[in-house]
Design a protein around this ligand. Structure first.
Ligand SMILES: Nc1ncnc2c1ncn2[C@@H]1O[C@H](COP(=O)(O)OP(=O)(O)O)[C@@H](O)[C@H]1O
Ligand SMILES: [Mg+2]
Length: 322
């Protein structure tokens, strides 16, 4: 069924949740096959967002995001902060397509911040996500359970698609051993995280403080809170320089270090560094691993040409710098 027809039928099914005269005012398709459709009165900002998918991976992502939004909206500790999040207004399955209707938040992503605005925007973004981390803060005991979640499971996503080579297998094994040692004992800080916290998933309208946070499919509880801060910093750097994540990790691991501006943003986040147990190297590696594994999984398997291209830029440079 065509997207227009589907959209029309879904909006008719959920007419009570939408104002009269709603039309499609924009649509985009994500890499996992989820269409994001903006709905609203002609010429006005969108009133609702429709996410619709027919792929297996797209359905998994939609379900994960729904579970995260339900948990977040049900968490009283987050209080008024939850106004920053989309509110699901309806969901279902139509003609083999899964869909969800969300309230639309005000603002637009700031994917090309000016040099003058960059620092203030990143600082405000770090402060905003620190609220989530602080309100959901907990700890996990170092040991096999956390090693499975933070190291082994994501490494499996990379190794099952990895280029067949003794060098790659050896480096993955080395990384596994190093990270097992890092999370094998002690007490580790953990919290609910967004999981894909970059300026493209934040909405701004006029001011430098975010007015919305979207795209919650990578969110999970009891994850390392530094993940969101490192992703924000490195993906802002990527917006400015165009560098790939693998190259940036390579540079950081080789000691090129953070700029004064980036350090200042980290300091705006709650209690940075958030955890005395892990070194910055291990925080960087755990962050990169979770992010890269999520991307790899969305590409499906077997790995094709596009995956090899991405792996060369985002996985191999990190393995090389271990
Ligand atoms: N609830 C929402 N309110 C306003 N805009 C939204 C909302 N959800 C998504 N968007 C817009 O659609 C874009 C894509 O949605 P997103 O959830 O980030 O999916 P993906 O990045 O996986 O394509 C966002 O960057 C944002 O501009
Ligand atoms: Mg997004």
């Amino acid at each position: 069924m065509r997207l227009e027809t589907l959209t029309r039928e879904i909006t008719a099914l959920h007419a009570e949740a939408l104002p009269a005269g709603v039309v499609t005012c924009g649509a985009a398709l994500t890499s996992a096959g989820v269409a994001v459709v903006k709905l609203g009165p002609p010429g006005a900002p969108p009133f609702a967002i429709l996410k619709v998918t027919a792929t297996v991976e797209g359905k998994r992502l939609l379900q994960r995001e729904m579970a995260a939004l339900t948990a977040l909206h049900g968490d009283e500790r987050l209080d008024g902060w939850r106004d920053l999040l989309p509110r699901p207004r309806g969901h279902g399955v139509l003609a083999g397509h899964s869909y969800r209707l969300d309230s639309a938040l005000h603002g637009r992503p700031m994917t090309a911040p000016t040099r003058a605005a960059r620092h203030a925007v990143m600082s405000a973004a770090a402060e905003t996500i620190a609220v989530l981390h602080r309100q959901t803060a907990g700890t996990v005991a170092g040991g096999p359970e956390v090693a499975e979640r933070w190291v082994d499971a994501p490494l499996r996503e990379l190794s099952c698609r990895a280029r067949r080579s003794r060098w790659v297998a050896y480096r993955i094994e080395r990384l596994r051993d190093e990270l097992h040692d890092a999370v094998g004992a002690g007490t580790l800080a953990a919290a609910r995280i967004h999981g894909d916290y970059w300026l493209g998933n934040l909405l701004f309208s006029g001011t430098q403080s975010p007015t919305g946070i979207v795209d919650w499919e990578a969110s999970a509880p009891l994850e390392p809170p530094f993940h969101d801060v490192l992703h924000l910093l490195l993906y802002t750097r990527r917006l400015v320089t165009g560098a790939e994540l693998g190259q940036m990790l390579h540079d950081q691991l080789r000691g090129i270090g953070w700029s004064a501006e980036e350090r200042a943003v980290m300091n705006r986040h709650w209690e940075w560094p958030p955890d005395g147990t892990l070194s910055e190297r291990h925080m960087l590696l755990l962050y990169w691993l979770r992010h890269a594994a999520g991307h790899a999984r969305q590409q499906g398997s077997p790995a094709g040409y596009r995956y090899r291209w991405w792996e060369r830029r985002n996985v191999l440079p990190v393995l090389e710098s271990l």
